[in-house]
Design a protein around this ligand. Structure first.
Ligand code: PDD
Length: 277
């Protein structure tokens, strides 16, 4: 397979990262994961705009426009003959002698992109997943898709060790998001999800699902909800590029609703599937 390093297509085995790349050394950079269905990127513009926004939020100017990035990615999909999978892309603040302060303006950010074949998460979507609860110990700029993922990794690992798929994080009794996905609850026919503020990543899938609600007269609200609300929810689902719309059927051993995939979650899954070309 080919990968992209700073605009060049090279073989993966030939790609190199300097030991003083700031992403490698500090996690000083931002990233995106884009889904590819039928050889086409799903919601590419939204992801690429967020990448550039994430860069801005950490004071890093990404030296590509959305359309330049799109062209690069389309070419990679073609070169790798990718049909169903993901693109991972990251931009770091560049290579420079280790120094906490940002490097001089002439240090260019480093862009890396690679593709991976991945099937859709059919089993999880059909059967639902189990989750644990975990205190949200992350920093207060979770809206940035930062390479610094230690808080998320530790949460996910805890879930895996408990035989669960995701860790649902909460801060001061308020449910925020998973380690790699957003979470919504359904109560009395209404979809409720944390507002898009600094405490969560404003997922592209989350936004897509809310758009589906809007277009299909499904009541929804972007308001905070508590651990108590979570326990009393009729249905709960995760959303994200890799999980699509995945139902949660059990929280720390306690069943959600009837412990099966609920009707509104099912409906959202079908409507989401309809968005995929
Ligand atoms: N994760 N919240 C967090 C913390 C995430 O890492 C992600 C995505 C989401 C969902 O965002 P979106 O719908 O835009 O994919 C929410 C990616 C897929 C990852 O880190 O692999």
């Amino acid at each position: 397979d080919y990968v992209i390093v700073n605009g060049e297509y090279i073989k993966r085995s030939e790609a190199k990262v300097d030991i003083e790349d700031r992403g490698y050394q500090f996690g000083d950079g931002v990233y995106e994961v884009i889904r590819v269905y039928n050889g086409k990127m799903f919601t590419a513009s939204e992801h690429l705009e967020r990448l550039i926004e994430s860069g801005k939020k950490i004071g890093m100017e990404i030296p590509y426009t959305v359309s330049e990035l799109k062209q690069l990615l389309v070419e990679l999909i073609t070169k790798n003959q990718l049909v169903l999978g993901t693109l991972y892309m990251q931009v770091t603040r560049g290579t420079s002698p280790r120094n906490h302060a940002f490097p001089a303006a002439d240090v260019r950010p480093n862009l890396v992109v690679y593709s991976k074949e991945v099937g859709r998460p059919i089993e999880n979507m059909q059967q639902g997943v189990k989750v644990i609860l975990n205190e949200d110990i992350r920093w207060l700029l979770c809206d940035i898709k930062s390479l610094n993922l230690l808080g998320n990794l530790m949460a996910k690992q805890k879930a895996v060790e408990a035989g669960c798929f995701e860790a649902i994080q909460h801060r001061d009794g308020i449910v925020t998001e998973g380690s790699l996905s957003n979470i919504s609850i359904i109560k009395d026919g209404k979809v409720i999800t944390h507002p898009a503020d600094n405490l969560i990543l404003n997922g592209i899938t989350r936004q897509k699902v809310l758009g589906i609600c809007r277009n299909n007269d499904i009541p929804f609200a972007e308001t905070t909800f508590t651990l108590e609300d979570l326990k009393n929810a009729d249905e709960i689902f995760l959303s994200g590029t890799t999980v699509e719309v995945t139902p949660i059927i059990e929280i720390e051993g306690k069943k959600v609703g009837a412990g099966t995939v609920g009707p509104l979650t099912k409906k959202l899954q079908i409507l989401f599937e309809g968005e995929i070309e």
